[in-house]
Design a protein around this ligand. Structure first.
Ligand code: COA
Length: 213
C-alpha cells in the first residue's frame, strides 16, 4: 500500500512558516533561503515537514539523512525498503511513500496554456490521438492528467527530464512496464502517482493545526 499525504499551503501563516523553518534540516533551511519567492520557500519547508511526518509514521524514526541515488532521485541514507517522492505545485505539497518505488507529480491547471501545441511537441502519437477525440474542455483536463502521468513516471525512474517525454506512452505504460498510474483530481490541480503497487491511499495533513498540538 502506498500512502500519499497532501498539505494545502494556502492557510499557513507567516508564523507557521517560521515554525516549519525552525524544525527543518539545515540543508532544507539553506534550500529555502535560496528561493526568492515566499511561496517557494513555504513549499520547500512544507515538503521537509511531510517527509519527517512520513518517516515517523512508516519507520518511527526521528533522525535521518537524505542522499541522491545514482540518477539524482532523493532517498534516505542507510535505510532499505522505504521509498518516497515529493511534489509541489500551486496550493499543494505532497509526498508518496511505501515499500516499493514511487514517482509523484502535481500540476496546477493552466487553462491559458497552448496544450494543443505542447502535446504535438511532447506527446506520443497515441496520446495525441486520445486528446483529439475529446471536446476542448475535456481535452485541457486530460492534457494535464497525461502531463502529471509523464512526470510521475520520470520521477519513478529518477531520470527527470533527461529522458524525453515522448520516449514512452502513458497509455501503454502498465502493459509495457507494470507501472500503474493513480490519478487524483484536486481543486485546480491534478496529481498522479506512478508505482507498481496497485493500492494507494490519500489523506490530508493540516500543518497549521499540527503545529499547535
Ligand atoms: C526532478 C524533476 C523531475 C522534478 O519535477 P518538477 O515537476 O519540477 O517538481 P516537483 O515539485 O514535482 O518535484 C520536486 C521534487 O522531486 C524530487 N526530485 C528531485 N530530483 C528527482 C529525481 N531525479 N527523480 C525523482 N524525484 C526527484 C525532489 O524531492 C523535489 O522536491 P524538493 O526539491 O522539495 O526536494 C524535474 O525538475 C526535472 O526533471 N528537472 C530536470 C533536471 C533533472 O533531470 N534533474 C534530475 C537530476 S537532479
Amino acid at each position: 500500500m502506498i500512502t500519499i499525504t497532501l498539505a494545502d499551503i494556502t492557510h499557513l501563516t507567516p508564523q507557521d512558516y517560521d515554525a516549519l523553518y525552525a524544525q527543518a534540516s539545515p540543508e532544507r533551511q539553506q534550500k529555502a533561503d535560496r528561493y526568492l519567492r515566499q511561496e517557494d520557500k513555504l513549499r520547500c519547508v512544507v515538503a521537509d515537514a511531510l517527509l519527517r511526518h512520513a518517516v515517523k509514521e512508516a519507520l518511527d524514526l526521528a533522525h535521518f539523512q537524505v542522499e541522491p541515488d545514482t540518477n539524482g532521485k532523493p532517498r534516505l541514507k542507510d535505510v532499505e525498503g522505504f521509498h518516497y517522492n515529493l511534489s509541489h505545485a500551486g496550493a499543494y505539497v505532497a509526498i508518496a511513500y511505501g515499500s516499493t518505488p514511487v514517482g509523484l507529480d502535481i500540476e496546477q491547471y493552466r487553462f491559458d496554456a497552448d496544450t494543443d501545441a505542447l502535446s504535438r511537441r511532447f506527446y506520443t502519437e497515441d496520446e495525441q490521438i486520445c486528446l483529439r477525440h475529446l471536446l476542448p474542455a475535456q481535452r485541457k483536463e486530460r492534457f494535464f492528467q497525461i502531463w502529471t502521468a509523464k512526470e510521475s513516471i520520470l520521477k519513478y525512474w529518477g531520470t527527470g527530464l533527461r529522458r524525453p517525454l515522448d520516449s514512452f506512452s502513458t497509455l501503454t505504460i502498465e502493459k509495457d512496464t507494470g507501472i500503474v498510474l493513480h490519478h487524483t483530481k484536486l481543486e485546480g490541480h491534478c496529481l498522479t502517482l506512478a508505482t507498481k503497487d496497485p493500492h494507494c491511499t490519500i489523506h490530508s495533513l493540516d500543518l497549521h493545526l499540527q503545529l499547535r498540538d
